[in-house]
Design a protein around this ligand. Structure first.
Ligand code: PEP
Ligand code: MN
Length: 338
C-alpha cells in the first residue's frame, strides 16, 4: 500500500509514520514530492491493510496496492466466466439467461404449471423457494424437503434446471440431492460460515447482494465461496435499501457494469425484489438487459393474489410471455441473444 502525507505534515509526523511502519515489520520506502511525501509500504499487503495507518497525524490518505479480492477479479481471469446450471450456461459474451418461477414452491400442481408456462415462454432455469427467509416467524416458511421434491419433479417433466435458496448449512446435503444451483439470499450475504460451506459444494451458487451491502462487500462475500474451491459463483443485484420509499428496494443497475468491470463472474439481476411492484417489473427487466445483465431472475405466479409469499411483486404468466420478445429485442440491440 501507499501512504500519502498531508501537504503540511511536519518532519516529526513523517518520522513517526515511518517508525510505525517499521514497528509493524514492514519496510517503508520514501519519496519526497514538492508538497507531499509518499511512503510505499513494502511487505504482505494483507498485513499492511489491517494496520491503522490512516489514523496517524499527518496522513492524508492510503492507496491499497492490490484489490482486496483476488479470485473474483478480472486480473485473475480476464475473460467473463460462464457458470453451468444444469446444462444451461450463464455468463460469457453472448447469451442472456432467463430464470423464472414462483417465490415459494407451494404445491406440486403449482410448481408444475408455472414451470411449464415459463418454459414455453422462454425461461431456461426454474426458481422456487423451499426454505423461505421471512420477516415474520409466523409467515409461511416453505415446504422444505417436500418442496425440493416438487422442484425435482418439475425439472423431470420440463427439463428446466432448478435453483433454490439455502438458509442453513445443515440443509446443504438435502438440497444437493434435488437442486442444480444454490441461492444465497440477501439476508445471508454476510453469513460467512454458510458461504464457506457452499464453497465446498459441487453445486454453483447464486449469491444475492445484501440489501445494505456495497458492491465491494458483495465481491468479498463471493471471494469466501471461491476461496473454498467453488469457482461457480454468480452475483445477483436484487435491490438495496435507500431513503426512497415508493418502491420496496432500489434496484441498483449501476452495479451491473461495475461488477462486470471488476469481476469475471456472471451478473444476474432480480428486478422482482428490486422494485417490488408488479406493474413495473417489465420496465426494470428491459433496463437490466440493456445494462448488461447475464441473466434475469423474475418471479411468476399464476394466481399472485393467493401466493404464500411475495404475491404483490409476482407477474402472471401472460405478462411474462409478452415480456420475453421485448427482452430479446433489447438483447439483440446490444449484440446478445436470449
Ligand atoms: C427470493 O428470491 O425469493 C428472496 C427471498 O430473495 P432475497 O433474498 O433477494 O430477498
Ligand atoms: Mn421472493
Amino acid at each position: 500500500m501507499i501512504i500519502i502525507t498531508q501537504p503540511n505534515a511536519t518532519e516529526e509526523q513523517i518520522e513517526r509514520i515511518v517508525a510505525r511502519v517499521r514497528e509493524f515489520g514492514l519496510d517503508p520506502q520514501i519519496s519526497r514530492g514538492a508538497s507531499r511525501v509518499i511512503i510505499s509500504v513494502i511487505g504482505p499487503e494483507d498485513l499492511a491493510r489491517e494496520k491503522p495507518f490512516a489514523a496517524l497525524p499527518g496522513v492524508e490518505g492510503i492507496i491499497p496496492r492490490l484489490k482486496p479480492y483476488r479470485l473474483a477479479s478480472t486480473e485473475f481471469c480476464p475473460e467473463p466466466s460462464s457458470v453451468a446450471i444444469g446444462e444451461v450456461k450463464v455468463g460469457g459474451h453472448e447469451k442472456v439467461a432467463l430464470i423464472s418461477g414462483p417465490c415459494s414452491v407451494e404445491s406440486q400442481d403449482q410448481i408444475l404449471s408455472i414451470a411449464r408456462t415459463v418454459k414455453k415462454s422462454g425461461a431456461s432455469i426454474l426458481r422456487g423457494g423451499a426454505f423461505k427467509p421471512r420477516t415474520s416467524p409466523y409467515s409461511f416458511q416453505g415446504l422444505r424437503e417436500i418442496g425440493l421434491r416438487f422442484l425435482a419433479e418439475a425439472r423431470k417433466q420440463t427439463g428446466l434446471p432448478v435453483i433454490t435458496e439455502i438458509m442453513d448449512a445443515r440443509d446443504l446435503s438435502v438440497i444437493e440431492k434435488y437442486a442444480d444451483c444454490l441461492q444465497i439470499g440477501t439476508r445471508n450475504m454476510h453469513n460467512f460460515s454458510l458461504l464457506k460451506e457452499v464453497g465446498r459444494s459441487r453445486l454453483p451458487v447464486l449469491l444475492k447482494r445484501g440489501f445494505s451491502a456495497t458492491i465491494n462487500d458483495l465481491i468479498m462475500s463471493a471471494e469466501y465461496i471461491l476461496s473454498e474451491g467453488n469457482m461457480n459463483v454468480l452475483l445477483c443485484e436484487r435491490g438495496i435499501r435507500t431513503f426512497e420509499n415508493s418502491t420496496r428496494y432500489t434496484l441498483d443497475l449501476n452495479a451491473v457494469p461495475i461488477l462486470k468491470s471488476k469481476t469475471h463472474l456472471p451478473v444476474v439481476v432480480d428486478p422482482t425484489h428490486g422494485i417490488g411492484l408488479r406493474e413495473f417489473i417489465p420496465q426494470m427487466s428491459l433496463a437490466a438487459v440493456a445494462a448488461g445483465a447475464d441473466a434475469l431472475m423474475i418471479e411468476v405466479h399464476d394466481s399472485p393474489d393467493l401466493a404464500k409469499s411475495d404475491g404483490q411483486q409476482a407477474i402472471v404468466p401472460d405478462t411474462f410471455a409478452e415480456l420475453v420478445p421485448r427482452l430479446r429485442a433489447i438483447a439483440a440491440a446490444i449484440g446478445r441473444s436470449l
